[in-house]
Design a protein around this ligand. Structure first.
Ligand SMILES: NC(=O)c1ccc[n+]([C@@H]2O[C@H](COP(=O)([O-])OP(=O)(O)OC[C@H]3O[C@@H](n4cnc5c(N)ncnc54)[C@H](OP(=O)(O)O)[C@@H]3O)[C@@H](O)[C@H]2O)c1
Length: 213
């Protein structure tokens, strides 16, 4: 059993927790809004616990379920508290005002920025940026289990996240080193651009990115 820590108590925190609990892994939320965190814990029932951002972290896996713009302050606030952990970056660094560009510099990615902040003290894995929160609760779209694309430079860390994903009823796909996050993040700019485009009314926030068969 792996204690899965999730920083944040919003939509993705909930969706990821639902899959982890499905796989019988306990989850611990570190929220900045106590009331929201408590309500989330209560709604999920057995296996879910909560605390506050800044609390010491037990367990080796930490999901950053905060906006990309906030990753830096969260990582810096924890400092050495993240040493030796597997940090899962789920963010989509998209300019949400226009859906026309990424907010990262060319030649890098949000996940690589996170790794640079951690200065090699923790293993960063990119995962879950291609799954939408509502679809995670179901775990499937159109009867097909969601694919979770996983990038990272530590094979051990990727294996651990892959097994959590599989236990949660989803299909993990290792796409290679952490620099593949550039493609995962850029692809979601394209997908979200379709979702907000009224000409494509069949694409919405309940669609999924999946490789078939
Ligand atoms: N929504 C999706 O379908 C989806 C899909 C794939 C990836 N993502 C990525 O997942 C991440 C979370 O998205 P979301 O949709 O779950 O957003 P959300 O519902 O707005 O939740 C964000 C959470 O982050 C917390 N937070 C914000 N700034 C913080 C800070 N400085 N310190 C501590 N906590 C902070 C918020 O706390 P408060 O409630 O107090 O503001 C909230 O609990 C983003 O990086 C997004 O790109 C989202």
């Amino acid at each position: 059993m792996t204690l899965v820590n999730i920083i944040g108590s919003g939509k993705m925190a909930r969706g990821i927790a639902v899959r982890m609990l499905h796989g019988r892994q306990p989850v611990h939320f570190l929220g900045r809004n106590g009331e929201q965190t408590r309500a989330l814990v209560e709604s999920l029932g057995a296996g879910a616990t909560g605390g506050s951002v800044g609390d010491a972290i037990d367990g080796s896996v930490v999901f950053l379920a905060v906006p990309h713009s906030e990753t830096r302050s969260v990582v810096l606030e924890y400092g050495d508290g993240l040493k030796g952990k597997i940090i899962v970056d789920i963010s989509n660094p998209v300019d949400y005002a226009t859906f026309d560009k990424l907010t990262t510099a060319p030649g890098t990615s949000a996940a690589e920025e996170t790794a640079a902040l951690l200065q090699g003290q923790a293993d960063v894995v990119k995962a879950f940026n291609t799954t939408f929160s509502a679809t995670l609760e179901e775990g499937a779209v159109a009867g097909q289990p969601l694919d979770v694309f996983i990038a990272g430079d530590s094979e051990t860390a990727k294996r651990q996240i892959s097994s959590l994903v599989a236990a949660g009823g989803l299909r993990p796909i290792d796409v290679g080193p952490l620099r593949r996050s550039r493609e995962l993040e850029a692809f979601m700019l394209l997908v979200m651009g379709l979702q907000v485009n009224p000409e494509h009314d069949r694409y919405n926030w309940n669609t999924a990115v999946k490789i078939l068969p």
